[in-house]
Design a protein around this ligand. Structure first.
Ligand code: GDP
Length: 368
């Protein structure tokens, strides 16, 4: 019981406390088994069902691991959520990948309006990457749920990796497991074998997929960013906030002194400006948008939270909102990190954004 046992698949120390951490195996599976043939649940599922569950590590572990990658000859692939690019970038990715080449992959492209031009969006993502201090070798847009899209990404990876191993990195919820599962599916169609192998010197639960030239593709654990809105929501609320279908823009003509509630989790105030402004909300269709006079907004929030303004679905689950004021001089997005964004088609206006405490709210160049 006090003895330390390692998973023979990934090398993580086996533990029965936390299913989301590397090396998890239920206590029942540990008992009475020889210690030299134990796989953690994640490796077990991978071997038997070609199915991968993501695990999380702390920032420190993750930063150490990225430090290791910078010492190797590697191609680094950072997967981000195209609906929450800033919130899902791996912090310090540029510094930590060292001189290794980097590909930025914007996932969940299928959730953006179909009318959006792919080339323009790719360029936008490249500019955002520059703003984050990285110069990616390539930028790709994918839908991890679609096999063809992932096959295209694999071609791109093969084109750029040269004589290197490939490391896939990303924060939690960007769709990294979905992507890896899809890669495994594609790989096993040809080879019918997916092996996991121990990665020496770490206990981080990395999964390795062999590539045909002796190199490998390494899936790293998802990094947990506590500021992400979803970590402050219960499962029903998460379901409402995360879009499952294409986002449909919702447009409002607002006058100064009018407000929009984004469910009961965010609020947009048009404080002052020269006149009517066109405001477009991009958020999950299941998030209700409610328009009101700014002077009545606080009262409405008090009386309608959990009723007209959902989520939360119960006023007991009220979150603390914080607000920030912005002066907007050209068409811009006001990003409610993890919830969506509001495009402001106006200039010379003052707006105020409210969002769950701890979550980012900021202005960016319009995405659409
Ligand atoms: P991970 O934490 O990065 O491993 O993320 P998951 O693979 O568990 O995905 C997080 C959520 O995003 C899940 O609900 C997935 O179904 C969803 N998801 C992942 N990829 C896509 C995609 O390409 N399109 C859409 N619409 N949803 C996706």
């Amino acid at each position: 019981p006090d003895e330390v046992i390692y998973c023979i698949g990934c090398g993580a120390q086996l533990q029965s406390q936390d299913p989301n951490q590397p090396g998890y195996l239920p206590q029942s599976a540990l008992e009475g088994r020889s210690e030299d043939d134990l796989y953690c649940k994640r490796c077990f599922r991978l071997r038997h069902y070609n199915e991968l569950a993501d695990v999380q590590v702390t920032s420190d572990d993750f930063l150490n691991m990225l430090g290791e990658i910078s010492q190797e000859e590697a191609l680094v692939v950072n997967v981000v959520d195209i609906l929450d690019v800033n919130g899902s970038f791996v912090p310090g990715i540029g510094r930590l990948t060292g001189n290794n080449p980097l590909i930025i992959v914007g996932n969940k492209f299928d959730l953006l309006p179909k009318s959006l031009k792919r080339g323009k969006l790719r360029q936008w993502l490249e500019e955002v990457s520059y703003d984050m201090g990285v110069k990616p070798l390539a930028v790709d847009l994918i839908s991890a749920v679609r096999q063809g899209s992932v096959a295209h990404l694999l071609d791109l990876i093969n084109e750029y990796r040269g004589d290197r191993d490939v490391y896939i990195v990303g924060t939690t919820n960007v769709g990294k497991s979905t992507l890896i599962n899809q890669i495994i599916n594609l790989a096993s169609q040809e080879e019918d074998v997916v092996t996991t192998s121990y990665f020496p010197g770490t206990t981080l639960g990395k999964i390795e997929i062999p590539l045909d030239d002796g190199h490998k593709l390494v899936d790293t654990p998802g990094i947990f960013r506590p500021g992400q809105v979803v970590h402050q929501l219960n499962p029903q609320e998460v379901k409402t906030v995360i879009p499952r279908k294409e986002l449909k823009p919702r447009t409002y003509q607002l006058n100064p002194g009018q407000s929009l509630f984004i469910g009961g989790l965010g609020r947009f105030d048009y404080v002052q400006g020269p006149g009517k402004a066109s405001i477009v909300v991009y958020a999950a269709p299941s998030l209700s948008i409610h328009r009101t006079k700014r002077e009545k907004a606080d009262d409405l929030y008090q009386s309608q939270l959990g009723k007209d303004l959902t989520p939360p679905f119960d006023s007991k689950d009220k979150k603390t909102l914080t607000k920030r004021t912005f002066k907007v001089d050209q068409a811009s997005d006001l990003v409610y990190s993890g919830l969506g964004w509001v495009k402001i088609n106006a200039s010379g206006v003052e707006v105020e954004g409210h969002i769950i405490q701890g979550a980012d709210i900021f202005i960016r160049k319009p995405m659409i």
